[in-house]
Write a protein that binds this ligand. Structure first.
Ligand SMILES: O=C(O)CCC(=O)C1=CC=C[C@@H](O)[C@@H]1C(=O)O
Ligand SMILES: [Mg+2]
Length: 367
């Protein structure tokens, strides 16, 4: 494959309702859509999932645009590629900037799969025809969280994640458990606690949570290893796992029993696959995280989650969970809590260019 043209589209989309975690309230979302075209006119799509400000990781939409434009695209346009795994080597001189790299890498995977007339899920090694859908409820009033959970239960979701923070944790979990005693429930703290909060975190052990996601510092696998020894509830790491090497060390230290894999956070689908395989060898189940993304990244997530060790429903919900109208056709929908893995080549969804134009803030072509 020889990429002859790259187009970056910056879009801005309003969420159907604001999403609050312990770190930030997100009401609208900027995303960079990466469109690559090869010599034969075949097009692949990727998405950069960094946010506009560096609250979740250090990257932002602006840093990603800069890194992609000034460093990644010039390398890409100069190089003949036979497989997406070659990008790791091509981009190795550029430190970190995982979300920028992943945006480009995802587009190359889509292009590669379309070039081979294969669904992306198949070329990644996926084995599932359908994946189980999970949904996330941000920090809101307890009444509103209970209402939302009831609606999502009716919609068939298989796993429910709530966001927690100090002062909005045990009481909320306790109330939810009173109303939904058997709900497959987990809590994500986005690093809001320290080891000083160990008694509070121990209280959560009484509520049969599937896991507690990222309770401690985003770069702290050591304290997580201490905490996991004190808790019965499995710890799942999100922000702390930015590479295969992190995952290896976290597993060796016993810092977690579950890992949330996001292709954007780890630099792309190839690294995500490597972490998946490592976890599988160590009996660590994984699930696919979400980033309040458009249908393009959501489609990549569906393909990734079709791999065999994605045994826990991820944060992959219907397009309508976040968007009035998504930018892919058909939109992602849930039937009996399941999402079908597309069988058409590449990501298996059409891109709705009209919707992209509607939300376009800026675009640029490189060739
Ligand atoms: O449904 C989704 O897309 C997942 C939403 C979600 O939980 C998150 C999105 C982005 C950053 C975080 O707050 C977070 C997470 O930590 O997993
Ligand atoms: Mg998380």
């Amino acid at each position: 494959m020889k990429v002859k043209k790259v187009t970056l589209h910056l879009v801005g989309m309003k969420l159907v309702s604001p999403f609050k975690s312990s770190l930030e309230v997100v009401s609208s979302r900027e995303s960079i859509l990466v469109e690559v075209q090869d010599d034969d006119g075949i097009i692949g799509w990727g998405e950069v999932v960094a946010f506009s400000s560096p609250w979740y990781t250090e990257e932002t939409i602006k840093t990603c645009w800069h890194v992609i434009e000034d460093f990644l695209i010039p390398k890409l346009l100069k190089t003949e590629i036979s497989h997406p795994d070659e990008l790791e080597y091509l981009f190795q001189g550029i430190k970190r900037n995982h979300m920028a790299k992943a945006g480009v890498e995802l587009a190359i995977w889509d292009l590669y799969a379309k070039n081979h007339s294969q669904p992306l899920a198949s070329v990644l090694g996926g084995t599932r025809k359908k994946i189980e859908a999970g949904v996330v409820i941000g920090i809101e009033s307890i009444e509103s969280m209970l209402n939302k959970i009831a609606i999502y239960v009716d919609e068939g979701y298989k796993r429910f994640k709530i966001k927690i923070e100090p002062g909005k944790d045990v009481e909320i979990v306790n109330t939810i458990r009173q109303h939904f005693p058997h709900l497959p429930l987990m809590a994500d703290a986005n690093s809001a606690y320290t080891l000083d909060d160990i008694n509070k975190l121990r209280e959560l052990d009484h509520y049969n949570l599937m896991m507690i996601e990222q309770p401690l510092g985003s770069d702290d696998i050591f304290d997580h290893s201490k905490l996991q020894k004190e808790l019965n509830t499995p710890i799942c790491l999100d922000e702390s796992i930015v590479s295969f090497e992190n995952a290896r060390k976290a597993i060796e230290l016993g810092s977690c029993k579950i890992i949330n894999i996001k292709a954007g956070r780890v630099g792309g689908l190839q690294e995500a696959k490597k972490i998946h395989d490592l976890c599988m060898r160590h009996n660590i189940p994984v699930w696919c995280g979400g980033m309040l993304e458009t249908g393009i990244s959501r489609a990549h997530n569906i393909a990734l989650a079709s791999l065999p060790n994605f045994t826990i429903p991820g944060d992959i919900s219907a397009s309508s969970r976040y968007w009035e109208r998504d930018i892919i056709t058909p939109e992602v929908s849930i039937k009996e809590g399941l999402i079908e893995v597309p069988t058409d080549p590449g990501i298996g969804f059409e891109i709705n260019r009209e919707m992209i134009s509607k939300h376009l803030m800026h675009s640029r072509i490189y060739c």
